[in-house]
Design a protein around this ligand. Structure first.
Ligand SMILES: [Zn+2]
Length: 305
């Protein structure tokens, strides 16, 4: 009788240690929480799948004036933005919220509607108070304009485009080793550019250089974007370490890495400037928040977007 008892105990403790709910974060805020792994095997895997859909939406949909929709999908109440599916409400999620699934889906849709415009590149936002006028018509027409990166950030955006290209190139077997290395590099570059003096270096606007790897002007521009004054070196390593330990910063990087490994070459080429610019903006926002808590930090305001 011993074996079945052991199995029974293992079964009970598996129930007892059910995963704690996980937050879904967009534009630096928790938009909703999930408690049910659904068919994904684990809550974490489901969170990754939702992140993937959010990345997809940021690239394909008009997130400036999001058209949220709640509808049934595979028998589950689900949230969409435009044509892009975002997430379904599973029984465990409804239980967490203590309301019917449809009501939870409506709540998630409302939170996402507030957060999506904040995930837009600043250059695409017509007004800083955009989030309060979501239903104003007209914004959709402008949403597909190409991204306009301010000259002082060309260097970091070009650097990130090169880095994301490396992310795409890393083979499946090598990815386990490459991912932490490239993540650390991304965060270190963010810390450097955040603390580097603003400079209007020569070089090509992101997306227009005929050969980033060999273009002397762009190489100089990328180096300048990461050039930190000697007295700030320690601050850079403190900030980089703080960001590496920060869940929101590392998740922003992970989300982008997964997305660029997932899309095809044509799409990568047409979206790489926007993706790199958004990544920088998300990390700069985190850097700004973290610098407030790093006692000695006094970043130059010119270096923030
Ligand atoms: Zn160039």
């Amino acid at each position: 009788m011993r074996l079945p008892l052991v199995a029974f105990v293992a079964f009970c403790s598996a129930i007892a240690v059910a995963d704690a709910p996980l937050p879904v974060v967009l534009a630096g805020r928790v938009v909703f929480r999930i408690a049910d792994p659904g068919p994904y095997g684990s809550l974490h895997a489901r969170l990754q799948a939702i992140d993937q859909q959010i990345s997809e939406a940021i690239s394909c949909e008009d997130v400036g004036s999001p058209k949220m929709r709640v509808a049934q999908r595979g028998g589950l109440w689900s949230v969409f933005i435009g044509k892009t599916f975002l997430a379904s409400v599973y029984p465990g999620d409804a239980k967490l919220y203590g309301r019917p699934a449809k009501s939870v889906a409506n709540l998630w849709a409302a939170e996402l509607k507030i957060a999506f415009p904040l995930s837009e590149p600043l250059t695409r936002m017509g007004s800083p108070s955009k989030a309060t006028m979501l239903d104003k018509p007209g914004a959709a027409a402008q949403a597909r304009r190409p991204v306009k990166v301010p000259a002082e950030h060309w260097g970091i955006v070009n650097t990130y485009m090169m880095l994301l290209w490396k992310v795409r190139q890393a083979g499946q077997e090598a990815w386990g080793e490459e991912e932490p290395r490239l993540t650390a590099e991304t965060l270190e570059d963010a810390a450097r550019h955040y603390l580097a003096p603003a400079n209007q270096a020569k070089g090509h606007e992101p997306g227009t250089c005929p050969g980033l790897r060999t273009c002397a002007d762009c190489q100089a521009q990328m180096a300048a974007a990461l050039m930190v004054e000697d007295e700030k070196r320690e601050l850079v390593s403190n900030l980089a370490a703080a960001m590496a330990a920060d869940e929101r910063a590392t998740r922003a990087v992970k989300q982008v890495f997964e997305y660029v490994r997932y899309i095809d070459q044509k799409r990568f080429m047409s979206e790489r400037v926007r993706i790199a610019w958004q990544l920088w903006q998300r990390l700069a926002q985190r850097a700004a928040e973290m610098c407030q808590s790093l006692a000695a930090a006094q970043p130059p305001t010119e270096a923030t977007p």
